[in-house]
Design a protein around this ligand. Structure first.
Ligand code: ZN
Length: 448
């Protein structure tokens, strides 16, 4: 491949390559059915000698591509011309050092950082990926798009689709989507199809629908989306004065983020732009813990790309035989057949990663702590803090290490869970409203 970028099958025994303009069925390798990567001929791209060179774009933030938290790192995801690039101002996020939350997870002051991806335009990290994927959609001349979603993807797709003139249809499971997210999809004008089933059912349907109707698929099977999600790591490094943390902690659902982060660090190391790769912790919910089970119990590994397919096939066959449907209050990661499983195994290999699963109770308590002492987050995001607390108690992460937790979505994404947690006193940090008579003296007595 002679261009700046191309697509390549991740199966080392296949390794088929395609131009970036090629759109394969379901973004899978037409030769072997595996996932595709976006790869770069770095010597044809003017990548800066050092990451701090990207700082200069802060001076030209009147230009939309320099303002974008995705495209101001454009040399690191150089797969399309500027004329196709889509931005709605994504990636204006904050990395907050938070000592109060550090205390909750038993870490020393100064070492815990919270990356608030909920500050994106649609309120979740998905906007990073959509800026990239919709740019690719424009590059290939797509007119209509579709995705399956636990909620955040549908909100982000709907917002981007209409900002760049594409039609969009989103598939969601019935009764399995947080209200904030459903309200966004409808408000942003998406055609919303609620399928009787869970996310995994939606995922299977949307792939077939896209092939039959020629719609542009925006799930994280789409390798261009993951290119945008790499920039979350660039922004963390940027906000740490171009240094890398010791650990990245990320929720594990469809595993697009962990896959993208591992790829980002691998490329930065390859380019000599970082000296070491941070370790990564991926946190499942116990009710949707496929990755945790496969990695920790079945010992599934990347193995240079030759992943033991039989282990995965048997695991999924067992889920089917048991009619297993994942269940967690963290709806964004309520997924039992993660589409990016193999890329995630690669990321674990690259980042010397670990996987843990935490209970809904741990997630809800951690969420209340992030709300009380930080800027808040949706339930799935809080799996990071619950997981970090676990890894601290196990001694896997040391108290004096520097840890960045990716808080993927905004607290208003799932208001029902938050209201129930507090009003119904469901956890140890519940903060319910106090009922008072319409009487001044009584009210004054109640105020602490
Ligand atoms: Zn292949």
């Amino acid at each position: 491949m002679t261009g700046k970028a191309y697509q390549k099958c991740i199966n080392p025994d296949c390794g088929a390559e395609f131009e970036c303009r090629a759109v394969t069925d379901g973004f899978k390798c037409p030769k072997c059915g595996e996932l595709l990567d976006v790869r770069y001929n770095w010597d044809r791209i003017g990548v800066p000698d050092k990451l701090s060179d990207f700082s200069r774009r802060w001076a030209s933030r009147d230009k939309p591509l320099d303002f974008s938290g995705v495209w101001r790192f454009r040399e690191l995801l150089d797969f399309c011309d500027d004329k196709y690039k889509v931005t709605i101002g994504e990636g204006q996020t904050i990395l907050q050092q938070n000592d109060a939350v550090a205390k909750y997870v038993d870490m020393q002051p100064g070492g815990l950082f919270l990356q608030y991806e909920g500050l994106n335009p649609s309120g979740s990290f998905k906007d990073n990926g959509m800026a990239a994927a919709f740019s690719h959609a424009k590059m290939v001349g797509a007119k209509s798009s579709a995705c399956a979603s636990t909620g955040n993807t549908s909100a982000s797709v709907a917002l981007y689709a209409h900002s760049c003139g594409l039609k969009c249809t989103v598939f969601i499971g019935s009764g399995r989507i947080a209200f904030g997210k459903l309200s966004q999809a409808m408000d942003y004008g998406a055609q919303t199809i609620q399928i009787q089933g869970d996310f995994d059912d939606c995922m299977r349907q949307v792939q077939d629908v896209c092939i039959r109707l020629g719609l542009y698929l925006l799930n994280s099977l789409n390798p261009f989306r993951l290119e945008g999600q790499k920039t979350i790591m660039y922004r963390i490094i940027e906000q740490m004065a171009w240094d890398v943390p010791d650990w990245i902690v990320v929720p594990g659902g469809n595993l697009g983020n962990s896959s993208a982060f591992g790829k980002a660090f691998h490329e930065l190391r390859q380019l000599g732009l970082i000296e070491r790769i941070p370790r990564m912790a991926i946190i499942n919910a116990t009710g949707a813990d496929t990755l945790n089970d496969l990695v920790n119990n079945k010992k599934l590994v990347w193995n240079g790309g030759r992943v033991d397919r039989a282990v995965i096939d048997n695991y999924y066959a067992d889920l089917t035989a048991r009619s297993f449907s994942p269940h967690t209050c963290a709806s964004a990661i309520e997924i039992s057949r993660p589409v990016n499983l193999k890329k995630c195994l690669r990321a674990i290999d690259v980042c010397n990663g670990v996987v843990r699963a935490v209970t809904d109770e741990e997630i809800c308590d951690a969420k209340a702590i992030i709300g009380k002492y930080g800027l808040g987050c949706e339930p799935a995001s809080a799996a990071t803090i619950a997981g970090l607390r676990r890894l601290r108690s196990e001694g896997v992460i040391a108290a004096d290490q520097r840890v960045a937790c990716v808080l993927t979505g905004h607290p208003l994404k799932d208001p029902n869970l938050t209201v129930n947690y507090h009003k119904e006193r469901q956890g140890q940090f519940s903060n319910p409203p106090i009922e008072a008579p319409n009487d001044l003296e009584e009210i004054i007595r109640l105020i602490k």
